[in-house]
Design a binder for this molecule. Structure first.
Ligand SMILES: Nc1ncnc2c1ncn2[C@@H]1O[C@H](COP(=O)(O)OP(=O)(O)OP(=O)(O)O)[C@@H](O)[C@H]1O
Length: 265
């Protein structure tokens, strides 16, 4: 089997006396969609934050694309090819759609953070602009580059956030609750869009999501956390029928009911 793109080995992250992530292993093969689920407070976002370098785990190792990344800065990890979006949208609302995307490119431009990107007389900046327009097209924001980000409808702001993450040219894209606050139609559209990211761009995707229909429909692999530990992982089908998962979500009585229903069937 080929090397996983991301290989997390027994990481532990503590906040004082609280162990938010305890001895968790996880590996994601290239070109797949993996999901991380679990009840509120299970440790999912902390786990993401360890991968992106926002936190450094006290124990364990994180190997990305064959090299260890734990202890690197968030910037250096982004340069290695990991991009993310956040549970709460973090766009620059008073900047245009296009400017938001150009900001996402700054890691790989020789330019500094602001000024040179926006002076368009240099060939590198011209190239960046063309790429940004292509990205806008890809995410369905064609012709809206001059709009203020804050004025986009909610679903499109989420897409713009993804476009900005894509602008850094990542190999692995982490999405933290990409459908949070969406209605069922917006959620379906986002689900198809995430699939497109894998199928058309060949990206590897790792998402945290509470919408079980989305998770069970698009994931190649699902990992379940509860109280900081990994309690199950496998295909969507395997995870759905795992008693530990049912118990974590619905309580012990739900496991008994599920077992009774299975016995009667
Ligand atoms: N910076 C921090 N300092 C102290 N405790 C923290 C910190 N960040 C998270 N925690 C705690 O760690 C535990 C895991 O939190 P985390 O946000 O990772 O869970 P989660 O699974 O992402 O939850 P949710 O689904 O509600 O977003 C929680 O008990 C939380 O209160």
């Amino acid at each position: 089997m080929s090397e996983p793109l991301l290989d997390v080995r027994s990481i532990t992250k503590r906040f004082g006396g609280l162990t938010a992530v305890r001895d968790v292993d996880l590996s994601i093969p290239m070109g797949t969609i993996a999901s991380l689920i679990g009840p509120n407070g299970a440790g999912k976002t902390t786990f993401f934050n360890c991968i992106t370098g926002f936190y450094t785990p006290e124990e364990g190792e994180i190997i990305f694309d064959g090299r260890p990344i734990q202890g690197l800065t968030t910037d250096n990890i982004a340069k290695r090819g990991i991009a993310r979006t956040y549970q709460n949208i973090r766009l620059f609302g008073d900047m245009t759609v296009l400017e938001n995307i150009l900001v996402g490119m700054h890691h790989r431009l020789h330019a500094g953070m602001w000024q040179p990107i926006f002076s368009l007389d240099h060939s590198e900046e011209q190239k960046a602009l063309v790429e940004a327009m292509e990205l806008l097209d890809f995410v369905g924001l064609k012709g809206q580059g001059d709009y203020l980000a804050a004025n986009l409808p909610y679903g499109m702001q989420r897409r713009l956030e993804i476009a900005r993450a894509l602008a850094s040219n990542p190999k692995l894209l982490l999405l933290d609750e990409p459908t949070a606050g969406m209605n069922p139609i917006e959620t379906d559209t986002m689900m198809n869009f995430i699939r497109q990211l894998r199928d058309d761009l060949g990206l590897t995707i790792f998402l945290i999501e509470h919408d079980m229909k989305l998770v069970m429909t698009i994931s190649d692999h699902v990992t379940v956390m509860d109280y900081g530990r990994k309690i199950a992982d496998g295909t969507p089908k395997e995870v759905q029928s795992n008693p530990a998962v049912i118990k974590a979500y619905l309580g012990t009585s739900a496991v008994d009911e599920a077992e009774e229903a299975e016995a009667e069937a």
